[in-house]
Design a binder for this molecule. Structure first.
Ligand code: GAL
Length: 354
């Protein structure tokens, strides 16, 4: 077991070292450009007021600005928001392509409509880094200059389920309030066609079932990642099921916060809520004991990986050293954190088991 671990650590060190070496090439390449030559990257975002995606985009802006300064203007980023309308995003793509942008980073509005975006980019020979809203695998295979950066939805769901399992083991009476041996729950779901909603809903529940918990679903509903929509749904459920609700499982933190808003409106004390994202407000709610826990996907890491891929592709530099999977994706690491401050990573547990 020791030996295997050693290989893993050594392997990771090689990957990091390779990444560092190529990062030097990337910088050197940009510095070698004529001052008048600018490599331009367009970042297209599905809407402006999504908390989690907004956090990633803010980081891309921050890191991008730094790089723009370091490269004395030979590198530049521009941003567009699509108001949740794929036709608007398609027009924005046309605009960037007509202005000879070198790479596009696309947070699709409709992940099932990637083919149109790919067709346009391929015709103009402009590489695309999709992020957060994952195209279907067949679309990503259509061309070799397409990649996806995102978090593994299944991993986040399993970690979310384990937050509940661990909590139940520690405090069974806090979760199974009526002591009937069954956990009565409600579930807040994200957008209907988003990969994260479908997978998180399925695997969070599956993880509870696998751990031997008996469950009863009282209700569930789609709140599209949005706090106010989740607040409205939870208020309805509180009216209908009252104290029968023992657990609220949410596909993300903003909807978990919406559930907390409803609970606070009712002046009841209830904190059996789990979320995903690790947004600043989500983490605050966990720290102050208003939620059992959340799953943190580092927005800084997310932004760095997107930019790294985009910078290299804009310069035509090798992607060696980047942790690209066979499905052409790079997955951002994540961990769970609970209100007792305990942290858990699945990746490490997998290594331990080896
Ligand atoms: C999910 C995230 C949600 C929302 C969504 C937008 O990964 O958990 O909070 O940001 O992406 O695509």
């Amino acid at each position: 077991m020791k030996r295997k671990k050693c290989y893993i650590v050594f392997g990771a060190a090689i990957v990091l070292a390779a990444a560092a070496v190529t990062a030097v090439f990337v910088d050197r390449y940009y510095k070698s450009l004529e001052k008048s030559e600018i490599l331009k990257i367009g970042v297209l975002v599905y809407k402006e007021d999504d908390t989690f995606v907004g956090g990633i985009v803010d980081e891309i802006k921050r890191q991008g600005k730094e790089y723009e300064r370091e490269m004395e203007g030979r590198f530049r980023l521009d941003f567009s928001y699509a108001e949740e309308n794929q036709s608007i995003q398609n027009e924005q793509i046309d605009k960037y392509l007509s202005l000879d942008y070198d790479v596009l980073c696309v947070n699709l509005v409709d992940r099932t409509e990637a083919a149109i975006v790919i067709e346009k980019a391929k015709a103009a020979d402009v590489p695309v880094v999709f992020f957060n809203r994952e195209p279907v695998p067949e679309d990503l295979q259509q061309w070799d200059k397409l990649y996806y950066v995102g978090a593994d939805a299944r991993e986040s769901a399993v970690l979310e389920g384990l937050l509940v399992v661990d909590y139940y083991k520690k405090y069974p009476e806090r979760l199974d309030k009526n002591q009937d041996g069954v956990i009565q729950y409600v579930l807040l779901e994200g957008e209907i066609r988003h990969q994260d909603s479908l997978i998180r809903t399925e695997y969070s529940i599956q993880t509870l079932v696998n751990a031997g918990l008996s469950l009863e679903r009282l209700d569930g509903g789609i709140a599209n990642w949005v706090r106010s929509q989740a607040e409205a749904l939870t208020a309805q459920w509180l009216k209908e099921y009252g104290s029968d609700i023992e657990l609220i499982i949410s596909n993300n933190d903003d909807m978990a916060l919406g559930a907390i808003d409803a609970i606070e409106d009712w002046y009841i004390s209830f904190s059996n809520i789990v979320g995903i994202d690790g947004t600043p407000k989500g983490l605050e709610a966990v720290e102050s004991g208003k939620m059992i826990g959340t799953i943190v996907t580092g927005q800084e890491d997310y932004a760095r990986v997107i930019l790294d891929l985009a910078k290299r592709m804009a310069a035509g530099i090798s992607l060696d050293g980047l942790d690209i999977r066979e499905d052409k994706s790079i997955r951002i690491p994540m961990y769970s954190i609970n209100s007792d401050g305990e942290i858990r990573r699945l990746e490490e547990e997998g290594k331990e088991e080896n």
